[in-house]
Design a protein around this ligand. Structure first.
Ligand SMILES: NC(=O)c1ccc[n+]([C@@H]2O[C@H](COP(=O)([O-])OP(=O)(O)OC[C@H]3O[C@@H](n4cnc5c(N)ncnc54)[C@H](OP(=O)(O)O)[C@@H]3O)[C@@H](O)[C@H]2O)c1
Length: 304
């Protein structure tokens, strides 16, 4: 099968489309024929190998010393091709989507993952491309929003509101009843407003802190490599307010949250945002674009 492998850690040009052996499912695994995947910020971090010192060695041991051992890619949407003997919840032909954060391998024509992993029936009435744009931003946004108590009328500011995590966080915080302010650049103001933010601030023209508003939650969703402003400790919070950065800690992602994302998508309350779509053959271009730190929502890869 075709798969994208990483010849070494480095710039997008280290990615190569190769013929590799197709995987077969273990007893508890599902083998998925992948139709769409996405290039996430995390994929780019893994590919580049640029990671903070404390995580450098653990990551190299886990992912590969000189190059990632497996094809990259964490997000997938496709059809179940086959299942292992012990699998009961899935069968060949099922339309599924999911996220395999540590298993990788989604930049490929097929991949196996645990049936007990973050794998679920694809939401009805969305394409495979749209489905691939949901799990990464959606699951991370839910994880971070759940670190705070978001209720009716609470004020939430999403810094980096136009990215994968940001576009999901705006919609999910809105769903939980919050009054949402989004911060992004000029080109993305209309997009963030259309996702339900009641106020959108252009960081290229205005410092949101100068307004003097106070928030119950500031979710800082700007990837650390692109961050030009340190928000922690700079104010902008109510006395009980929280600042949460997407760079902090190691998110715990749950299948129940993927189910919630499915329900919200089917109910029309969560819209997957796709900026660009590339075929697998143009993965290098897709990575170059995601590396800019200015994608709108998600960059999707079609696999067949
Ligand atoms: N803690 C963990 O273990 C963990 C695990 C998974 C993911 N993550 C992190 O989660 C993050 C996910 O990011 P993403 O995929 O949502 O990123 P993304 O899609 O690339 O979006 C980047 C966002 O940052 C904004 N931005 C870029 N430069 C900016 C600047 N100078 N000032 C203000 N805003 C700026 C962009 O807005 P404009 O384009 O409008 O400028 C956009 O809204 C990554 O940082 C990843 O490392 C962390």
């Amino acid at each position: 099968m075709k798969a994208v492998v990483c010849a070494r850690y480095g710039p997008p040009e280290v990615l190569r489309l190769r013929e590799v052996e197709a995987p077969a499912p273990k007893r508890d695994e599902v083998c998925i024929r992948i139709l769409a995947t996405a290039v996430t910020s995390s994929d780019c971090i893994v590919r580049s190998g640029n990671i903070k010192m404390a995580l450098w060695l653990p990551m190299r041991i886990a992912v590969g010393l000189r190059a990632p051992r497996r094809p990259l890619g964490m997000v997938l949407a496709g059809d179940v091709a086959s299942v292992g003997d012990e699998v009961t919840g899935f069968e060949p032909g099922d339309q599924v989507y999911g996220f395999d954060r540590f298993g990788f391998g989604a930049y490929a024509e097929s991949k196996c993952m645990s049936a007990r992993g973050l794998l679920a029936p694809k939401p009805n009435d969305v394409s495979y491309e749209e489905a691939a744009a949901i799990p990464y931003g959606g699951l991370l946004a839910l994880h971070y929003l759940k670190q705070a108590t978001i209720g009716d009328g609470q004020k939430v500011l999403v810094y980096g509101a136009s990215g994968a995590v940001g576009t999901s966080a705006v919609q999910l915080a809105r769903h939980f009843g919050a009054n949402v302010t989004g911060v992004c650049s000029t080109a993305n103001l209309a997009l963030v407003g259309s996702l339900g933010a009641s106020s959108v601030i252009d960081y290229t023209r205005e410092d949101f802190l100068a307004r003097g508003d106070r928030y119950d939650l500031i979710l800082d969703a700007v990837p650390v490599v692109h961050r030009t402003l340190r928000l922690r400790g700079t104010g902008g919070l109510t006395p009980t307010g929280k600042y949460i950065s997407v760079s902090a800690g190691s998110p715990k992602l749950h299948i129940e949250d993927l189910t919630l994302l499915t329900e919200l998508t089917e109910a029309g309350r969560l819209r997957p945002v796709i900026d660009r779509t590339y075929p697998l053959e143009r993965i290098v271009e897709a990575h170059r674009y995601v590396d800019t730190g200015h994608k709108k929502g998600n960059v999707v890869i079609t696999v067949r």
